[in-house]
Write a protein that binds this ligand. Structure first.
Ligand code: NAP
Length: 513
């Protein structure tokens, strides 16, 4: 059985027994073990800050961008081998590519951003402004990389992309990364980091990896560190409330549970391109990665007048979905990633069955492994339906909710989820659609508006893109990642410098006109 290692202080290290065991999701077989027991996280963070930080800050954005490009190229060159490792997490080939290609694409996108930022090492924020009346004594806001470490704690579902998307923004900002994937799927992250280390694409101290429990990591955080977390809301609460995090006012970004909702407008014809777009995107979202995506749809709002026909069309399409061994060509839904995720999805299906009507469930779900039963539910109780607006069932499961088709009713029902990562609206009616999009935007980090003219042009709401922000208010964690250059600001300190105009320009450069 493979023993996963951590990479701390530029060395591969193993923790002491007892270790956590990682299992193959399709067979349940033990495949690897990982432990961080006895590892010195305090020294690891100090090394990142004192060795990796200065090395990255000395590089220009163009140089950091070239480093990210080299990281992307390493992943791409080893794509097939990484897809094989990913399989242990229960992914189909297409799921594995979504994670692994998503990692290299995001790194490449940030590499290009680095190239365009060029020879600078810091960012200017806006133009010089007068402080009072003097034209000589002025101010300039600047973003400088913080002198701490970027601590990244990730969820089990995207061991490649989750690692890369957070690392891309931090490294381009000039801040060293200490990354901790979820233990259950960390074999893929370990493989990627090993490839980067072997290829020598990063300066010393710029990247550390923790495979296994976070242990006492958070006891060692300092005032210049930034902590970005993706995972469950319970863990998020513990992290945000950690004594050292509070005492040092560590900057924290949280991506947590999200009850993403899609809304079909009352004017949508069931034979239209807009409706087909909705159906195609829903089937993709429900099947991809066994529904274990933070952006996956959990609630679908359909006007009462359209509901029977729309549900029939959905059931018709979903009935053709193939659930099975992810290694077999043609399989669309593999197992959940872990035994605990399987249990949690089964519990969620049990709860939904108590409050909603199950209108479809996949047949022929294999025995063994961590398979769950993909399901579609329906409730005509709208906002009053228990459970569905409060709990995210993190699997291939969603619920159709009917309502009167009013814009205000749609906004009220979606908002009952408490804030989400992404919402999708399907409508060609600019007045109704516009009102709903405006009403839903404050509750989300991203709103996707599907309509006839773009029905074949959108990757769907489930795809997170590096140039658009990812995160959402309230239940979704209140965080924000990516969004191009916006993603760098979390790792940088914005400071207002007040000084003589000439001295300012000599030190920080002249803002572009
Ligand atoms: P989780 O149990 O919250 O774990 C997430 C990460 O936090 C893992 O790396 C975990 O490490 C680590 N962790 C756990 N306890 C910690 C602590 N006390 N201090 C520091 N780190 C700690 O989440 P998960 O099992 O990966 O996913 C569970 C749920 O998260 C899902 O069911 C879903 O609802 C939500 N989720 C949300 C998003 C999003 O982007 N919004 C994405 C994925 C998942 P170990 O693995 O070593 O325990």
């Amino acid at each position: 059985m493979r023993t996963l290692r951590s990479y701390l202080k530029d060395q591969w290290v193993e923790g002491a027994a007892p270790s956590a065991t990682l299992h193959d999701a399709t067979t349940g077989e033990a495949i690897a073990e990982a432990s961080t027991r006895g590892l010195d996280f305090g020294a690891a963070l100090a090394h990142a800050r004192s060795v990796g930080g200065p090395a990255l800050r000395a590089m220009t954005f163009a140089e950091r961008g070239a480093m990210l490009k080299a990281m992307a190229d390493v992943i791409h060159a080893n794509r097939e081998a990484l897809i094989d490792v990913s399989r242990h997490g229960g992914t189909t080939r297409s799921d594995a590519k979504f994670d692994i290609d998503g990692a290299s694409a995001t790194l490449s996108w940030y590499a290009y951003l680095g190239k365009t930022l060029g020879e600078q090492t810091i960012l200017l924020d806006g133009k010089q402004e007068k402080v009072l009346r003097s034209a000589r004594f002025v101010s300039q806001h600047v973003h400088l990389p913080r002198h701490g470490a970027a601590i990244h704690i990730n969820a089990f579902n995207f061991p490649a992309w989750g690692t890369a998307e957070k690392a891309a923004a931090a490294l381009l900002a000039g801040v060293p990364v200490v990354t901790k994937p979820a233990t259950a799927t960390s074999a893929l992250t370990e493989s990627i980091v090993a490839l980067w280390v072997d290829a020598g694409v990063l300066p010393a101290g710029a990247l550390s990896l923790i495979c296994g429990s976070a242990g006492d990591l958070l006891d060692h955080v300092g005032p210049q560190d930034c902590l970005a977390f993706t995972g469950g809301s319970e863990t998020a609460r513990r992290i945000r409330g950690h004594e050292a995090v509070i005492a040092n006012n560590v900057r924290v970004n949280i991506e947590a549970d999200s009850l993403n909702a899609w809304v079909v407008g009352p004017g949508v014809d069931l034979g239209s391109d807009t409706f087909q777009m909705f159906v195609n995107q829903l089937v993709r979202d429900l099947t991809q990665k066994c529904g274990q995506k933070c952006t996956a749809v959990r609630r679908v709002l359909i006007p009462e007048a359209l509901a029977d026909g729309a549900v029939e069309a959905l059931v018709d399409r979903l009935s053709a979905v193939v659930v099975g061994d992810p290694a077999v060509k043609g399989t669309e839904i593999g197992p959940a990633a872990t035994a605990s995720q399987q249990q949690s999805v089964r519990d969620g299906i049990g709860q939904l069955s108590e409050h909603c009507q199950q209108v479809w469930q996949a047949e022929a779900v294999p025995e063994g492994g961590y398979y769950v039963t993909p399901s579609l539910f329906r409730s005509d109780r709208g906002v009053d339906t228990p459970f569905v607006h409060e709990h995210e069932v993190f699997g291939p499961v969603c619920t159709v909710l009917t309502w009167d088709g009013s814009a205000s009713g749609a906004i009220e029902m979606v908002a009952a989820g408490g804030g989400g990562l992404v919402c999708s609206v399907y409508s060609d009616d600019k007045s109704w659609g516009g009102e709903v999009v405006m009403g839903l935007a404050p509750w989300h980090g991203r709103v996707h508006w599907g309509s006839r003219k773009v029905h074949d042009q959108s990757p769907g709401p489930g795809t997170v893109l590096p140039n658009l922000v990812h995160g959402g208010p309230g239940k979704a964690g209140g965080g924000e990642e990516l969004g191009g250059i916006r993603g760098l600001h979390f790792y940088m300190q914005r400071t207002a410098i007040q000084a003589d105009r000439g001295l300012l320009e000599k030190t920080f450069g002249k803002p572009a006109e």
